[in-house]
Design a protein. Structure first.
Lengths: 759, 165
């Protein structure tokens, strides 16, 4: 039979028509009869005891529904990894903007005034706001030692290598918090009735995370909690865990009010109260041979988790595993630590720890190159992982990836060598300086280690009465193209037209738990399950005699209709099974960390204006190996969008903190790139395939976040000859850097910490 | 209960929305965005920031691109407003809507209505804009998903088709 392939084609986005016509229903577009609006009264201080709550004059308080922790039927926590984060603070607050009380009223415009009329008196306690304060135990604010989690990854005998080193290169690198800045703010609607229990509709990534949190909070059985995802206007990790908090608040208000309650954050509240990317600090100490080979090293990776555990252990894990980059380390010791501070908890954001540790790795590679006097190109080429070699967790690279060739292609596409040479000449005079920077990196797809086994995701496919097929997953669409690509996979598996496959709305009443929509796992892991559930439909039809192998599309439709007419609801399920031969040791943090890695080399070309100190990215080449590209337009869109966020992370987006509170929580003072700020982002793919992913796909969503920051800062150093080791890198930082070099012209940069080791 | 708008009376305000004459009763200083969304149930215009930075609430008012979160509804009296709901002719998509679909100009979709109206405004003034002019024309509309490239391509493609039609 002549098969028409859908995989690899840029079919129209499933929900695209509704999006371009404005018909898509986001949570704030939904109205329920008799609905109230909810608002949150939050802590005004970073840490302290709540002494007294006063409901001020001028407000008809009897018109309001008021919820405090006393109204929580179950456990006062947002159940996730740990149970330390309260849904509503009772006597202690641990960060600014911590929720204390909830209010609901039919007029949404009145609520802001009413929130201001609640005054809370505190007995303040001293807070800690930096990783360093947390480490030196200036105050104990969490557990015994302010430490949420530590990991150690150890390979080979690091302690013995220092004596053999020709060079020992040290560096410290840091990254700032970053706001996800989805354009749709967080929001949730809840409704309650005694018979059906609680239902929430909202802007969210992970229906079953909310489901679990609401069961614990409301003390309800699974069947009495229903979570429905509305069209979601961007997420990027920012709607992974915090929506459980908002759903919990809406649910409590709805239960008390006896009517539906809608909570929609405005931008200021969303920026101030919800999660951001973890700030990080990474220290490298690396033993290098004269010919530029890494002999071994120590990497200390620390992240600021904020006031509660939330997802910090998992972010830390991914950051630690990616800390060694795409390089071969004969020996290495990676110590990773997440610490507590009195800021709102930091959380998931595209890349999930990897952009932080990879920024350090890739800046450090340039430092090593400069120290030993070889080029940034050569230092990478000499240390790239080769097939057959093992990563820092002893995961053997089994696929035929050739990073040297990937690098060569990226250099060629960016005209790296000729431009580098030309800029070096031109940089001797004039008002601008130009530079080229490289970042090479990898990104693991799916949950780490045994994570996918614990998730044990389930996917369903349904043969419908009209003969079409519907995919049942809890994987959510928030711009990446989940609905489109999973439909393509099912259509390809069944040899059906794309139009004949639809996606069920993620609704826990309807769809199984196919895991959270995170970790670049949807296409690779869930997609593979969709493929097998879809094939189950065809196999059932064949084995029941309704269909023969090599069927036509019409024959499939008729057989499916007959099956439903005879047997009723027709669904096939597929559950995740770990591939055989996959080994992971959770104790030693050793083994197959990810089912697949995507690989990439990015090159940035920058200009620095010596009058304004502003940096513009003039060209950006993003070359990656991502397995099979299932949908070229969407895949390219993911890469460009990720690079744009990475450019924001590098050059624009700075969260200004004061005592744990974000001061610039508006789009006027927290600056993300506009259409005028971005260079052409040129995207290129290599496609090696991947045996673990649907039709050879690997994860793609997070990868492009990892490369821009180091590539850009490496380019800035290339242009100016001055080292910068933190992002965001703003014009004032560049001015300070240049001035301090001018002042201390005698202290040369890139001096090796020690030369010749202890020999 | 104290209403922050108690000193104002609601007025009757008339304007045209998507070629239909509409009449609303609203406080004069109510935001056009709220009137469109809540009274007229035209929810295509979105609130992203509430302070005129993001452009997701953009609509055309007498042919000019405005952020409807900054427009008191009284200011819209007597004007002709076009929202995203008014672009397609029945089932027939507007050429910009088609191009956004094909080029990948819409990802999460939340900025899309405002972005398409900004593009519409741009192409109404310039039939063959340069890349820099498109970038400039859309720079008041923030998109966090796409990195803009595929949006710019969509606008260029729509302009090209319109010129060759």
């Amino acid at each position: 039979m002549n098969r028409e392939h859908i995989i690899g084609k840029s079919v129209p986005r499933k929900e695209g028509r509704d999006k371009v016509t404005g018909k898509s229903q986001y949570v704030d577009d939904m109205v329920l009869p008799n609905m109230f609006f909810g608002a949150t009264v939050r802590s005004q201080i970073p840490r302290g005891h709540i002494r007294k709550i006063t409901f001020g004059p001028g407000v008809a308080w009897e018109e309001l529904v008021i919820v405090s922790a006393k109204d929580i039927p179950g456990k006062n926590c947002i159940a996730l990894i740990g149970d330390d984060q309260p849904c509503l603070a009772t006597d202690v607050v641990n960060h600014p903007e911590e929720p204390i009380l909830l209010l609901a009223h039919p007029d949404r415009h009145l609520l802001a005034k009413v929130v201001e009329a609640v005054s809370i008196e505190y007995d303040p306690l001293p807070g800690i706001f930096t990783m360093e304060e947390s480490e030196r135990l200036a105050q104990i604010i969490w557990g015994q030692d302010n430490i949420f989690k530590t990991y150690m990854i150890e390979k080979g005998d690091v302690d013995s290598i220092w004596a053999k080193a020709d060079y020992i290169v040290e560096g410290e690198y840091s990254t700032g918090a970053q706001e996800q800045l989805y354009i749709e703010n967080n929001g949730m609607i809840a409704a309650f009735d005694a018979a059906q229990g609680i239902t929430v509709w909202g802007s969210l990534q992970c229906p079953y995370y909310i489901h679990k949190a609401l069961m614990a909070l409301c003390n309800l059985p699974a069947e009495k909690v229903r979570v429905v995802q509305m069209e979601t206007g961007g997420a990027f990790g920012g709607k992974e865990e915090y929506p459980s908090m908002i759903a919990a608040h809406a649910a409590l208000l709805a239960m008390k009010a006896g009517r539906p309650v809608k909570i929609i954050y405005d931008r200021l509240e969303d920026m101030a109260a919800t999660t951001k990317r973890h700030p990080s600090r990474t220290r490298h100490r690396t033993a290098v041979s004269r010919d530029g080979k890494i002999l071994g090293g120590e990497i200390d990776f620390t992240i600021d988790g904020g006031a509660y555990l939330t997802l910090s252990p998992v972010v830390l894990s991914r950051g630690a595993i990616h800390a060694g980059g795409p390089y071969y380390w004969p020996s290495v010791r990676i110590r990773a630590k997440a610490v507590a501070t009195n800021t709102p908890p930091h959380g998931a954001f595209r890349g999930f720890g990897a952009p932080q540790s990879l920024f350090a790795m890739e800046r450090h590679m340039d430092r090593i190159a400069h120290t030993i006097g070889i080029s940034p190109v050569e230092i990478r080429r000499r240390n790239f992982l080769q097939p057959g070699q093992a990563t820092t967790t002893e995961q053997v690279v089994r696929e035929p990836i050739n990073l040297g060739e990937l690098l060569d292609r990226a250099l060629q596409l960016s005209e790296y060598h000729s431009k580098h040479l030309r800029f070096n000449g031109e940089n001797q005079s004039g008002d601008v300086r130009k530079g080229m920077g490289i970042a090479a990196f990898l990104h693991g797809a799916g949950f780490t280690g045994s994570g996918e086994r614990y998730l044990s995701s389930v996917v369903g496919a349904e043969g419908c009465a009209d003969g079409n097929v519907r995919v049942l997953v809890s994987s959510t669409e928030f711009g990446q193209g989940t609905k489109t690509v999973l439909s393509q996979i099912a259509a390809e598996a069944l040899n059906l037209p794309y139009e004949n496959v639809s996606m069920a709305q993620p609704d826990t009443l309807e769809v199984p738990n196919s895991g959270p929509t995170v970790a670049s796992r949807t296409v690779m892991v869930v997609g593979k399950l969709v493929q097998s559930a879809a094939l189950g439909i065809a196999q059932t039809l064949v084995s029941s005699g309704l269909l023969h192998e090599g069927y036509s599309r019409d024959e499939f439709r008729i057989a499916c209709q007959q099956h439903v007419a005879t047997h009723g609801q027709f669904r096939c399920w597929s559950r995740y099974e770990a591939p055989s031969g996959i080994f992971w040791d959770d104790e030693k943090y050793r083994g197959e960390a990810y089912a697949a890695f995507a690989w990439a080399v990015y090159v940035a070309e920058v200009t620095i204006d010596l009058t304004t100190y502003s940096v513009s990215v003039d060209d950006f080449v993003a070359l990656q190996e991502v397995g099979k590209v299932l949908h070229p337009v969407l895949a390219r869109g993911q890469i460009i969008g990720g690079v744009a966020q990475g450019i924001g992370f590098s050059l624009y987006e700075k969260v200004i903190w004061q005592n744990g509170r974000m001061l610039n929580g508006q789009m006027t003072n927290y600056i993300m790139p506009t259409s005028s700020d971005l260079p052409p982002i040129r995207v290129f793919f290599e496609e090696l395939g991947n045996v673990h992913g649907a039709y050879g796909a690997k994860g793609i969503g997070e990868l492009p976040m990892d490369g821009p920051a180091p590539a850009i800062v490496n380019a800035v150093e290339d242009a100016l000859g001055v080292r910068f080791d933190s992002v965001p890198l703003l014009p004032e930082d560049i001015m300070d850097g240049l001035n301090s070099v001018r002042l201390s012209a005698s202290s040369p940069q890139n001096k090796p910490s020690s030369v010749g080791g202890a020999r | 209960m104290t209403d922050p708008r108690q000193n104002q009376a609601k007025s009757e305000i008339s304007f045209t929305v998507n070629d239909e004459p509409r009449k609303v009763r609203a406080y004069p200083m109510e935001r056009l965005l709220d009137v469109l969304r809540h009274q007229l149930e035209l929810t295509g215009a979105k609130e992203g920031c509430g302070e005129g930075e993001c452009g997701s609430c953009a609509v055309l008012m007498d042919g000019t691109l405005v952020n409807s979160c900054l427009i008191p509804v009284l200011q819209a009296a007597g004007t002709s407003i076009v929202t995203i709901e008014g672009l397609a002719a029945g089932e027939q998509l507007h050429d910009l809507q088609k191009a956004f679909l094909e080029c990948g100009g819409a990802q999460c979709g939340i900025c899309t209505p405002g972005m398409i109206l900004a593009a519409c405004h741009l192409l109404n003034g310039k039939s063959n804009p340069t890349l820099a002019e498109i970038q400039e024309g859309l720079s008041g509309n923030l998109c966090r998903c796409t990195g803009y490239s595929q949006i710019l391509e969509a606008v260029r493609e729509a302009a090209r088709r319109r010129r060759s039609a």
